[in-house]
Design a protein around this ligand. Structure first.
Ligand code: PGA
Length: 251
């Protein structure tokens, strides 16, 4: 089963429009020769229009980092799936650990968001991952299993196939500590087992699983060499065009 490599940048709450525009101009020429790999930048809502204009007609896709699950309504400060599509997004990151742990998002809320995204044809990247104390207590698989099972709850097989999973151990995000390629691959393979229990083996083999957490030009090649690592969700190292290009062009 060959899954197309999927390299995504998560800019978090960084950059203003002028910085996004200059990144985009440089990055699109650096990666214009890349084929057979999916490239995505997930940026703040305010940056989507300028990036949509720059990436139009290129091989770079655009995504958001969160959304609410309603189409419209009295939800001050929220953004809807329709508004994201209108702004040029194709993907949306859901359940990032910063959403779970800083903003208190639950598996139930995240599941509603996953369903709403799919309903409006936005492709979700569902983030899962354990805290350091959970890993140290030997609970990694239990935590990740719950997040996957709850995140996919109520999704048909066809819907499940539109979801990408990002496994991001919380202790590795922004810390410079990466899971070893072996540790990451073993959690990815466990996630595939969970998916095959919910759906079937064929479906579990088709769903892409990205690794995230201190992915850098220096470690991308060894991560991507692992059979169950299908891509990366990259924070800090996606903010500079040259380092993210090196990640996209992993060997
Ligand atoms: P990092 O962030 O690459 O800066 O560790 C990854 C993420 O939070 O998606």
């Amino acid at each position: 089963m060959s899954r197309k490599p999927f390299l995504a940048g998560n800019w978090k709450m960084y950059k203003i429009s002028s910085e996004a525009e200059s990144f985009a101009k440089e990055f699109k020429s650096l990666v214009s020769d890349v084929k057979d790999r999916d490239i995505l930048i997930c940026a703040s809502f305010t940056l989507l229009p300028v990036l949509a204009k720059e990436f139009n007609g290129t091989n770079i896709m655009l995504g958001a980092q969160n959304m609410y699950f309603e189409k419209e309504g009295a939800f001050t400060g929220e953004v809807s799936p329709l508004q994201l599509i209108d702004a040029g997004a194709k993907y949306v990151i859901l359940g990032h650990s910063e959403r779970r742990h800083i903003f208190g998002e639950t598996d139930e809320l995240i599941n509603k968001k996953v369903k709403a995204a799919l309903q409006y044809n936005l492709l979700p990247i569902l983030c899962v991952g354990e805290l350091l104390e959970e890993r140290e207590a030997g609970k990694t698989e239990a935590v990740v299993k719950t997040q996957v099972v709850e995140g996919f709850k109520g999704l048909s097989k066809d819907e499940a196939l539109k979801v990408t999973i990002a496994y991001e151990p919380v202790w590795a995000i922004g810390t410079g500590k990466t899971a070893t390629p072996e540790d990451a691959d073993s959690v990815h393979s466990f996630i595939r087992k969970v998916l095959s229990e919910i759906y079937d083996k064929d479906t579990s083999e088709k769903i892409r699983i990205q690794y995230g957490g201190s992915v850098k030009p220096e470690n991308i090649d060894s991560l991507m060499a692992k059979p169950n690592i299908d891509g990366a969700l990259v924070g800090g190292a996606s903010l500079k065009a040259d380092s993210f290009t090196r990640i996209v062009k992993f060997n």
